[in-house]
Design a protein around this ligand. Structure first.
Ligand code: SF4
Ligand code: FES
Length: 582
């Protein structure tokens, strides 16, 4: 393979690769602002400049400085065999210092109140490549804060005019809302009059902005980013399988960001998913189990609720009636498997249904010119309909939710699972189950809560781990980010508990009465508490063990379970701040 040397490190490359890509791939740092692999490269910030030497074919292949020793932008220069690149020699370093000084001339240096502090390209490069002092004595140009659209503010005075944001709206979203207005030190990024930055991918410009200029209104002043922990997740709202970071602190979700995966979402995510997590901390969450007593819904313990579930299902069977379960496409494959196992343990003849699969419009595809695949917004607004279908097939087949609606009266008891991000109960659904005893396992309160025999609060995607299969059949695992909220449990745990009780076994008593579970504790922070530890439960639900059981059940499930892409654990990030023992 051809090789180049970057700052003394030999790096292999493929023909056509740019020097900056080779350096990024090999962990050799070259500073960069305007460059982004998903966009065109205008080579305009000039911080990536390097002195490049290469074999001269007109001088017997002797290695000589290119362009007479002038600095060249590594973000647009293609590597050739035998090149030697210097970004740490005096000439390149003098350029880096000059660029940093130039960029900071009109920068307000307001890091203490800037959301980007802690993940800012200007901060990092000032430290690594800049001067330790300012020589600028004049007045700085003052630029306004602007409302760019429904989700984005612009702090113009922090902008370094890298144009990543403009190129994104030109090349990827193709909505072209952004432009450069003015010239020289009056140049500023702006929208066209009356045309806000508002498209389904708009907030990707916040991620692209290397400084704190474009900011997410939703995250504004919400957290210092160094307190956030990142958990690898999968789009929980649509069938895209897009990879995401769930960023949280002290048991609270604060933002969702795209996680680069060139086979899936490349570098981007939709605003729909970015802002679609609010139901996790919604006041509308079902907070504790409830059961019907003398015609009224009353709060109950988990044990009380479980007993009511079993009596509801057994009463139906005893009366010679059929039972059914509807598995929501919002649940993981492992949960679907456990729920089917549970219902068949209680009633081997129970009918299986797939819960409602929300569809909105049609798939929308973006060209994504710098990637090998387009970026697609899926019309199917459920993360795992395909995975749940496969599980239900493995248990002998299923019918769609519409069939259950039309035949609800035939059943003596129906278990309904929800876990949708908003109210999913239509008039038709509410009407269909008016006279049928239902066991509701759900996350958000809906009108079904008032008509159910028993209501079990379930955990959202952020409070569980498991696997979703996307619309293309790619099954991916995700990790648990938050402790379970309120008194909820994930559907896999609920199924395990019910199976254990149905078999006549006891559940584990709480270890600590009214116990405290410390979450996300960091130095200097007050730990958050969760009462999850105080809840009775059976064998702890483990999605890995569930996949093992799936593998043992039959060939189709084995293929699915073994094909799940399990994500690599996040590499621990070591702070560069010295820890002080108090
Ligand atoms: S707003 Fe941010 S992304 Fe856009 S040009 Fe300025 S610095 Fe670059
Ligand atoms: S990253 Fe190369 S010129 Fe900006």
């Amino acid at each position: 393979m051809p090789t180049i040397t970057i700052n003394g490190t030999a790096c292999e490359f493929t023909k056509g690769e740019r020097i900056i890509d080779i350096a990024n791939r090999n962990g050799t740092e070259i500073p960069q602002y305007c460059y982004h692999p998903g966009l065109s490269a205008p080579a305009q910030c000039r911080i990536c400049l390097a002195e490049i030497h290469a074999p001269n074919p007109r001088n017997d292949g002797k290695i000589e400085p290119m362009m007479g020793g002038k600095l060249l932008p590594t973000c647009v220069t293609e590597a050739t065999e035998g090149m030697v690149v210097f970004t740490e020699n005096p000439k390149a370093m003098a350029n880096q210092k000059a660029v940093m000084e130039f960029l900071l001339i009109n920068h307000p240096l307001d890091c203490p109140v800037c959301d980007q502090a802690g993940e800012c390209g200007l901060q990092d490069y000032s430290y690594e490549y800049g001067r330790g002092y300012s020589r600028f004595q004049e007045q700085k140009v003052k630029s306004p804060k602007k409302n760019m659209g429904p989700n984005i503010y612009m702090y113009s005075d922090r902008c370094i005019l890298c144009t990543r944001c403009v190129r994104f709206t030109d090349e990827v979203s193709e909505t072209k809302e952004l432009m450069i207005d003015g010239r020289g030190n009056k140049a500023t990024i702006d929208i066209f009059p009356g045309v806000p930055l508002d498209n389904p991918l708009a907030s990707n410009v916040v991620d692209l902005c290397p400084v704190g200029s474009l900011l997410d209104k939703d995250f504004l002043f919400a957290q210092r980013v160094w307190f956030l922990k990142k958990t690898a997740g999968i789009d929980p709202l649509t069938s895209s399988g897009d990879n995401i970071w769930i960023e949280h602190n002290q048991g609270k979700l604060h933002r969702i960001k795209p996680r680069d995966n060139m086979e899936m979402n490349t570098w981007w995510m939709t605003d729909e998913v970015r802002y679609g997590w609010k139901f996790v901390h919604s006041e509308g969450r079902i907070k504790a189990p409830a059961r019907r007593e003398h015609g009224m819904m009353v709060p109950t313990s988990w044990i009380g609720a479980y007993k009511q579930v079993l009596s509801t299902l057994r009463d139906a069977k005893g009366a010679g009636k059929k039972t059914a379960i509807s598995i929501s496409p919002m649940l993981t494959m492992e949960e679907a498997f456990e729920l089917c196992t549970m219902i068949r343990a209680i009633d081997p003849d129970s009918a299986l249904f797939l819960g409602p699969v929300p569809i909105s419009g049609e798939d929308k595809s973006y060209a994504n010119p710098n990637a090998t695949k387009p970026f697609v917004i899926r019309a199917e607004k459920a993360p795992n309909a395909r995975g749940v279908r496969i599980v239900l097939e493995a248990f002998g087949g299923f019918k769609e939710f519409g069939t259950l609606i039309r035949s609800a009266g035939e059943y003596g008891a129906v278990v309904l699972t929800g876990n949708y991000s908003s109210d999913w109960v239509t008039d038709e659904t509410a009407g269909a189950f008016k006279d049928t005893p239902i066991v509701l396992i759900d996350t958000l309160s809906t009108r079904l809560c008032a008509s159910a025999q028993v209501v079990l609060p379930s955990s959202t995607f952020a409070e569980k781990s498991g696997s979703f299969m996307n619309a293309d059949g790619v099954a991916q695992h995700f990790d648990q980010a938050l402790p379970t909220q309120h008194s909820s449990k994930n559907e896999g745990q609920i199924a395990n508990d019910l199976m254990q009780l149905a078999a006549g076994d006891e559940l584990d008593e709480p270890i600590v009465a009214g116990g405290i579970q410390i979450v996300d504790e960091q130095p200097g922070q007050v730990p958050a508490a969760s009462d999850a530890i105080a809840m009775v439960r059976g064998t702890l639900f483990d999605d890995g063990l569930a996949r093992e059981r799936m593998s043992e059940m039959n060939a189709p499930l084995r293929e699915v379970a073994q094909g799940v892409r399990v994500l690599e654990a996040e590499a621990a990030v070591e702070s560069d701040m010295p820890m002080v023992t108090l």
